[in-house]
Write a protein of this length. Structure first.
Length: 117
């Protein structure tokens, strides 16, 4: 199972911050998904394979970038967001503002062993 370094699910732009500083650069495994020349409404990261018995999707982030008139989807092991100052939510908690944040999946970083019932 993979684990997301910052949180299992993160929204890289909180609604309050998105209106004040909506221009960020988003890269997934080095591929440019959005840059500062176009406003971004939301970046959503979801860890694939988390909590599933099938590890086929483990170690992969599902990335969704929402911009006016565009929706970009990608899969990556690492996602970086850079901007003038943006906030994000991690596990339901607001964080920021920050200027840069990178989320990286580390497959097998966490595990849980339960006793037999």
């Amino acid at each position: 199972m993979g684990e997301l370094a910052a949180a299992e699910q993160a929204n890289a732009l909180t609604p309050e911050t998105a209106d004040h500083s909506p221009r960020v650069r988003v890269e997934a495994d080095g591929r440019l998904l959005a840059d500062v020349h176009r406003p971004v409404r939301m970046v959503q990261l979801t860890l694939q394979g988390a909590g599933r018995s099938d590890p086929a999707g483990a170690g992969v982030l599902e990335v969704v970038v929402s911009a006016p008139g565009a929706l970009v989807r990608a899969r990556a092991a690492s996602v970086s967001v850079v901007g003038r100052g943006f906030g994000y939510e991690a596990d339901g908690h607001a964080v920021g503002p920050v200027r840069a944040r990178t989320w990286t999946v580390h497959p097998g970083a966490w595990g849980l062993l339960l006793p037999a019932a």
